[in-house]
Ligand binder design. Structure first.
Ligand SMILES: *Cc1c(COP(=O)(O)O)cnc(C)c1O
Length: 344
């Protein structure tokens, strides 16, 4: 059966050149700072994001957690969107592990948090209140249709944070999707941020890992936080080798994923029983709704899966499809055909 797996870009498998690089990687003990391949990846990532230093970690969740632990202390407060991945999908590690208080403010449909909402949430100096320490932005915004947040907005929030002496962390799990979609250098999106994390293991197709980038003192704190979380890995160069290939060979091609996602959204918009505004799809994430009452998202996903098309139910009426390295333009055609058949 022809399988078109659109559940997530995390299902991507390492490319042939990644496997070759992994097999040949020069390695050492990274907890001693002696893995040359990890060191090379960290240098490369820092330069690419326009920061002094970077740290290789096991996952995006760990990247966000070590960043919060490095910027904040017990009882400090962070401001983040109510749709943020860090708030929704990271087991509340902010509070559970960090003893950091999450203050959510509404995400707009485009993933932004209105600057006046941020400003209104910043605590004045008062013995009753926690101390506001950090603002967390997400770019692209996963739960807000994968929308890229533009350079002006990122700079504006950075300046706002600076004027209150707050840190800014960018959860940039898909920051390269944002840069490619907006046609800008990724550094322009992160120049006002104190720290930024991104995933190698999503659209960039590496098997494992994320990087956190920031100033040298911040990265040293993040390195301590990684160790206490059990994230100090030894010959991690095996994994970092794939990450180097991801950064070198897999960024520019994200444009193909965006094109395929746009075509998928256009096609879904023409199918009876589904609703989606294709205009909102700017990167590789496609959320759509089922409008029929006789079928739940789970049932639709089940029927599609019987014909090889895998999507993710994400809400009472909502489903998600994500394009990635293994999805071709022909796969999109095929998937749309299956949708039409199942809903016809
Ligand atoms: C996937 C994702 C993460 C977490 O990454 P994991 O490697 O799955 O832990 C964090 N933030 C965003 C926006 C994500 O999409």
């Amino acid at each position: 059966m022809h399988i078109v797996d659109l559940r997530s870009d995390t299902i991507t498998k390492p490319t042939p050149s990644m496997l070759q690089a992994m097999a040949q990687a020069e390695v050492g003990d990274d907890v001693f700072g002696e893995d040359p391949t990890v060191n090379r990846l960290e240098e490369m990532a820092a330069k690419r994001l326009g920061k002094e230093a970077s740290l290789f970690v096991a996952s995006g969740t760990m990247a966000n957690l070590v960043s919060q632990l490095a910027h904040c202390g017990r009882g400090d407060e962070i401001i983040l969107g109510d749709q943020a991945h860090t708030f929704f999908y990271e087991q509340g590690g902010t509070a559970a592990i960090g003893a950091i208080h999450p203050r959510t403010v509404p995400n707009q449909p485009d993933g932004k948090i209105a600057p006046h909402d941020i400003e209104a949430a910043i605590r004045p100096d008062n013995i009753h209140f926690p101390l506001t320490r950090m603002i967390l932005l997400e770019n692209t915004h996963n739960r807000c249709n994968g929308t890229p947040l533009d350079v002006d907005y990122m700079n504006r929030v950075g300046k706002l944070a600076g004027s209150y002496e707050l840190k800014v962390h960018v959860d940039g799990a898909r920051i390269f999707n944002a840069a490619v979609a907006l046609g800008v250098d990724v550094r322009d999106l992160t120049s006002e941020a104190d720290s930024v994390s991104f995933c190698l293991s999503k659209g960039l197709a590496a098997p494992v890992g994320s990087l956190v980038c920031g100033s040298r003192p911040f990265i040293e704190k993040a390195r301590r936080a990684r160790k206490v979380l059990g994230g100090g890995m030894r010959q991690a160069g095996i994994l970092a080798a794939a990450g180097i290939v991801a950064l070198t060979e897999m960024v520019d091609r994200l444009a193909d994923d965006h094109k395929n996602a746009g075509n998928l959204a256009q096609g879904l918009a023409e199918i009876n029983g589904l609703s989606i505004d294709p205009e909102i799809v700017k990167t590789n994430i496609v959320f759509f709704n089922i409008t029929r009452d006789d079928m739940t998202p789970e049932q639709l996903a089940g029927k599609l899966a019987e014909k090889g098309v895998r999507v993710l139910p994400t809400g009472m009426k909502q489903l998600r499809a994500v394009t990635h390295y293994h999805i071709t333009a022909d796969d999109i055609e095929y998937a749309l055909g299956v949708f039409a058949k199942v809903l016809g």
